[in-house]
Design a protein. Structure first.
Length: 74
């Protein structure tokens, strides 16, 4: 009794035989995994994101008294 032909996948270290019911990983599969990862900077991948304290998101700036309000209260 002969065994059925199994699928094989070419990898960097050579030909790898696949287990029954497992399909080879395609380029589309690899790209989908990479696209789902969070974005990282190229120069320093472990850099922390700076706070967004400009314009609408500037909490310190919103706590300041405006010049018009300051002059009206004097």
């Amino acid at each position: 009794m002969s065994r059925p032909e199994r699928e094989a996948e070419a990898t960097a270290i050579g030909l790898q035989t696949l287990v029954d019911g497992v399909r080879p990983i395609t380029l589309a599969d690899r790209l989908a995994v990479r696209a789902a990862e969070p974005m990282r900077p190229r120069r320093d991948p472990y850099a922390r994101q700076k706070a967004c304290d400009l314009g609408l998101f500037d909490e310190v700036g919103r706590a300041q008294i405006g010049l018009v309000d300051l002059l009206a209260n004097s």
